[in-house]
Design a protein around this ligand. Structure first.
Ligand code: ZN
Length: 151
């Protein structure tokens, strides 16, 4: 068993303890869900899309520190971005999580998640909210208030 110290860096611990944008977004017009039964992580991502720009983004969920910190970091990094920019960041993020290769100057605080690549079982924890966000952005328009909880 490898030491988990690298994985739980201060950025991850901070975002897990004090998740950013952790709330329902009443003005959201896109909603995405993620479920990782292997670890018990669940996340719902709320997106307010204005044209092709992410004007607002938030999430709610439960699960391990990696999943919640990654969701928090995701909202901070995608807010205000265009759909095209968000897709580039998400692709960089996926590469970072699966290979540990940090693209200098491009991923900022997201680099804290680079250590996840050493723990294949946790990769899905880290990517869960990103998939949910992309699904939300590309999905049909919906209203956050009419979204029924799954299960
Ligand atoms: Zn997890």
């Amino acid at each position: 068993m490898q030491d988990l110290t690298d994985l739980y860096q201060s950025v991850i611990l901070d975002h897990n303890r004090r998740p950013r944008n952790y709330r329902v977004l009443p003005q959201a017009n896109r909603v995405g869900h993620g479920d990782n039964p292997l670890c018990g992580d669940k996340v719902t991502v709320y997106v307010q899309l204005e044209g092709d720009r992410i004007a607002g983004i938030s999430f709610q969920g439960s699960g391990c520190a990696i999943s919640q910190a990654s969701a928090s970091l995701m909202t901070v990094n995608l807010k205000g971005k265009t759909i095209a920019e968000a897709e580039v960041i998400a692709a960089d993020m996926h590469k970072l999580i699966t290979t540990g290769a940090v693209d200098e100057g491009n991923l900022s605080d997201l680099a804290a998640l680079a250590g996840v690549h050493q723990f294949p079982a946790r990769i899905k924890c880290a990517t869960l909210s990103w998939h949910a966000a992309l699904n939300a952005i590309k999905g049909e328009a919906t209203a956050a208030t009419t979204e029924k909880p799954e299960d």
